[in-house]
Ligand binder design. Structure first.
Ligand code: ATP
Ligand code: MG
Length: 567
């Protein structure tokens, strides 16, 4: 893949940047004002991160502003819990809406006034057709629609009926307010769309003040206009709705006015990015909650240990396109590894321990080895790691009958213990089932620090933890939540949940980690050498009961693939 084209500031060129550059150059706008408009009906996911980085990022880049606007026009689905989680997630990603936190419901009065204005202009009418009749009258892609018998009501009659709708005189479904555009328009969105409907339910912010609520297409463009948004970015599904966005603003004579631009949604392999389906995973108990570390929610990946910086890099890298596509999840994981490779301190942890007894090491002796936290970044400092006669190594770092390419510990074989000593395996002890319970080794005191003075080389270097000093820990290994690349690829009559990966979580309860981790706070991220990146669980980790989530293994399939393609 050729490196994407960048502008003078090193940012990837994309069509939204091109539009903004043009608008600024032609003085169509004097500054950039965007918004991120989540509907508070679920937790944010990595797809939303793309929209957040784009909207807040563009504002930052052009010295403009970005608003946080809760699109809470639908009264039934919204919840305060979601509002709080959305704010937390946007802040975590590193963005700040300052004093510009808005709710579409703040504009209910203004939106109502605009609706009356449309009626007065003869551009909206109250319709008594049922939802089903409206659907039938709408026509199809091939056939034009039919005018409703109520389409030509007078302005007075419409105003009266609309006011009575607002006053609660009519039952749900008996009346709607429709824009009067063109029932034969080739773009079905413009066939007299509904702009207000009766919903006799309380709203989480406005309570029972309203029993009519504006539809998205009417509320969104006007909310943008009220906030002086210049560039209103949404996803491709709204392409046909742009005509209505423009119609509402132009019919009401709003100028200068915002413009809508559509960009591709983010889709990721092995992942589902739809709030409705994510809710289903939570409600049916397929995951432990919204913030289960396997979830693509921002709270999930944060708990998993994905750094915000890695998400921002990823969102910049995937760019902004006009056609939908699916991004390999390996590319996201690559951004995470790249960030953690630079920032995560290295420590020692044994996930599947087997005991090693160093038979010629004095019984009560303890030595401390100074180890750097990072091989390239001295500023991260060092810590002391205790070493004693009994240590743990990884069970699979030993083989009684090693095949040719196995360079780790085996009978008679010498290996290095990282930063400690060379040891040679002399013997193994097994229980009655033949499982190895102890490996007996001797060490060479002349190899202190893990280097032999006589220049003798060993092929294997193993990580280890002192048995007496190590901390018992629980470690959770994660794999993709869905086994299939496309979780929506289901058999006839099946459900996407059939594609859940049964091995997405493996819990290891016998792990041992180096004692310096006694200070690890929830959320602390480190690399267990040779084993991957791990994050102290933000909900369950305590100094007494350490719990680490594996953020990522060390194997970077994306980097490997890129290298292959360059060859
Ligand atoms: P979902 O389908 O998950 O319910 P949504 O689009 O209904 O998502 P909103 O809360 O309405 O969710 O979205 C807020 C903003 O985030 C919108 O501007 C929307 O375009 C954007 N967004 C949502 N999902 C994605 C995605 N997968 N990729 C890019 N942008 C997205
Ligand atoms: Mg939505």
């Amino acid at each position: 893949m050729a490196a994407p084209e960048t502008n003078e500031t090193g940012r990837v060129k994309h069509f939204i940047r091109a539009i903004i550059d043009e608008d600024l150059a032609s003085k169509a706008v004097s500054s950039v004002h965007t918004r991120f408009p989540p509907e508070p009906n679920g937790y944010l996911h990595i797809g939303h991160a793309k929209a957040i980085c784009l909207n807040f990022g563009l504002a930052e880049e052009y010295g403009g502003k970005c608003n946080l606007r809760f699109d809470d026009t639908n009264p039934v689905k919204e919840d305060v819990e979601y509002v709080e989680s959305i704010k937390e997630d946007v802040r975590w990603l590193g963005f700040d809406w300052e004093d510009r936190q808005f709710f579409a419901s703040d504009y209910f009065d203004k939106l109502y006034a605009y609706a009356e204005q449309l009626i007065e202009l003869g551009k909206a009418y109250v319709d008594d057709l049922s939802a089903e009749e409206i659907r039938q009258y709408r026509g199809t892609l091939k056939e034009p629609g039919k005018d409703s018998p109520y389409r030509n009501r007078s302005v007075e009659e419409n105003l009266d009926l609309f006011r009575r709708m607002k006053a609660g005189e009519f039952e749900e479904g008996t009346h709607v307010l429709r824009a009067k555009i063109d029932m034969a328009h080739p773009n079905i969105v413009l066939r007299d769309p509904t702009i207000y409907r009766i919903r006799k339910v309380d709203h989480h912010r406005t309570g029972d003040a309203w029993c009519i609520y504006p539809m998205y297409d009417f509320a969104h463009c006007l909310s943008d206009a009220i906030e002086n948004i210049t560039h209103s970015i949404c996803t491709l599904e709204f392409e046909n709705n742009r005509a209505l966005y423009d119609w509402v603003l132009d019919t009401l004579g709003i100028a200068p006015r915002p413009h809508q631009y559509e960009a591709a949604r983010l889709n990721l392999t092995h992942t589902i990015l739809s709030k409705r389906k994510l809710i289903q995973l939570v409600e049916e108990g397929h995951v432990s909650g919204w913030n289960d570390p396997r979830m693509p929610t921002l709270s999930g990946i944060r708990r998993r240990g994905y750094p915000a910086a890695a998400i921002r890099t990823f969102c910049e890298r995937i760019g902004v396109a006009k056609a939908n596509s699916t991004v390999e999840i390996a590319m996201l994981e690559h951004s995470v590894r790249e960030e953690l490779n630079a920032t995560a301190p290295r420590v020692l942890g044994v996930l599947d321990p087997v005991k090693v007894v160093i038979t010629n090491y004095p019984e009560d002796q303890v030595e401390e080895f100074e180890m750097p936290y990072h091989p390239e970044d001295e500023s991260m400092g060092k810590r002391k790691v205790p070493f004693a006669r009994e240590i743990y190594i990884e069970r699979d770092d030993f083989m009684e009958e090693p095949p040719k390419k196995f360079f780790r510990l085996a009978p008679g074989r010498e290996v290095r213990l990282r930063f400690a000593y060379y040891i040679t395996c002399q013997d193994v002890v097994k229980d009655e089932n033949g499982t190895i319970t102890e490996i007996h080794c001797t060490y060479d005191p002349e190899t202190k620090g893990g280097w032999s003075k006589d220049g003798r080389k060993v092929k294997g270097t193993l990580h280890w933890v002192s048995a007496q000093h190590g901390l018992p820990a629980q470690v959770r290994l994660y794999d993709h939540l869905f086994a299939k690349e496309n979780p929506m690829d289901v058999e006839e009559g099946g459900a996407f949940t059939d594609n859940l990966n049964p091995d997405s979580l493996t819990t290891l309860t016998n792990c041992v980690v180096e004692p310096s981790l006694a200070d690890a706070k929830p959320g602390f991220i480190c690399q267990f050498e040779r084993k991957g990146y791990f994050c102290a669980d933000s909900k369950e980790h305590t100094p007494e009961n350490p719990v680490f989530n594996r953020t990522a293994s060390l194997r970077d399939s994306w980097a490997k693939m890129q290298k292959k393609m360059q060859k």
